[in-house]
Design a protein around this ligand. Structure first.
Ligand SMILES: NC(=O)c1ccc[n+]([C@@H]2O[C@H](COP(=O)([O-])OP(=O)(O)OC[C@H]3O[C@@H](n4cnc5c(N)ncnc54)[C@H](OP(=O)(O)O)[C@@H]3O)[C@@H](O)[C@H]2O)c1
Length: 300
């Protein structure tokens, strides 16, 4: 990661550091030579990076403000969320607290102190009717999860030091010790059990490592507003996992396709939430985003 001199001495809090993306982000910051990385999780986590992830319940304003006063970060990379759409659908009140209220509390502290807040948001703030969404397109969420993230985005957009980072579907092996959708699928496939994936739901998938690298570069930039972060290819999960299978030496015959209408879903899912990432390319010249196959082979 280039040009990170200014970051190396800044205290940076990473919320959700015990999660899938958060792990990669903390690793990337440390690799980039940032000395003062302060990882937070909801529950206490072992000292994976030489420092334990502090347990901070983000919906408890008093605890958050006290922990922030102590850490005094220049930047907060907010990667904590109730990230499962199904979980938010099942418990919308808890989803709202985790995704919106927690963001409001962090934003309040940042506003008061003039600090930066980077929110990790999602392509699922769009309805998927069109695809290749740009930053100027208004959010039109159709799922409860997308509604919480769209509301969190509004909070961060009003913040002078706020940046909304809308991220597409992420893939890659988990570093958190918890199995992700991708890990589970690969495990089942390696065991020779066929798996079916939607062929009619499109995203612009990105490897966790590439996403983390981009997040760190955006932390260094003074970008404000909204930025889309995704891969360069528009793929269904079926397309993604077919490509992954080839790279991992898994029999592609085990990858089956199905359609959303064939499955009983708790909520309708958007058809095409691919992200236009032209702005990202302009903001971070020379940015490399390996194609799915290469990303899986090299872990980036
Ligand atoms: N994964 C994707 O494909 C994807 C795509 C687009 C956007 N995103 C966004 O990227 C971010 C990270 O996603 P992820 O997949 O890495 O999520 P994840 O693995 O589910 O991790 C979520 C993290 O948030 C923490 N957390 C949740 N609620 C909290 C609370 N009330 N207080 C404190 N910590 C709390 C969790 O802590 P514990 O582990 O201690 O519970 C965990 O560290 C999210 O904002 C998500 O919306 C993800």
């Amino acid at each position: 990661v280039d040009g990170l001199r200014g970051l190396s001495i800044m205290p940076i809090v990473v919320t959700g550091a015990t999660g899938q993306l958060g792990h990669y982000v903390v690793d990337e910051l440390l690799t980039a030579g940032v000395d003062d990385v302060i990882p937070w999780g909801r529950s206490p986590a072992p000292a994976r990076w030489g420092v334990p992830a502090a347990a901070v319940e983000l919906t408890n304003e008093r605890s958050v403000v006290s922990a922030l006063d102590q850490a005094d970060p220049e930047v907060i990379i907010h990667a904590a969320a109730m990230s499962s759409a199904e979980a938010v659908h099942l418990d919308p009140r808890a989803g709202w607290a985790d995704n919106v209220e927690a963001t409001r509390i962090l934003a309040g502290w940042c506003r008061h102190r003039g600090r930066r807040l980077l929110l990790t948001s999602t392509d699922l703030v769009f309805d998927g009717e069109r695809g290749w969404y740009r930053e100027v397109d208004p959010p039109t969420p159709i799922m409860a999860y997308g509604r919480t993230k769209a509301a969190a985005e509004e909070v961060v957009r009003e913040l002078p030091g706020g940046l909304v980072i809308r991220i597409s579907l992420l893939f890659g092996p988990s570093r958190s010790g918890r199995e992700s959708f991708y890990d589970r699928s690969v495990r089942e496939l390696r065991a020779g059990r066929p798996q079916a994936f939607f062929e009619d739901e499109f995203r612009t998938p990105l490897h966790y490592a590439t996403a983390a690298c981009i997040l760190v570069r955006l932390t260094k930039s003074q970008a404000r507003g909204v930025i889309h972060v995704g891969g360069t290819e528009r793929l269904s999960r079926y397309g993604l996992m077919s490509r992954a299978a080839v790279s991992l030496g898994i029999d592609p015959g085990l990858i089956r396709s199905n359609r959303r209408a064939e499955v009983v879903l708790p909520e309708p899912r958007p058809a095409d939430v691919s992200l236009d990432t032209t702005l990202l390319g302009t903001l971070l010249p020379g940015l490399e985003r390996p194609a799915v196959d290469a990303a899986i082979r090299t872990g980036s």
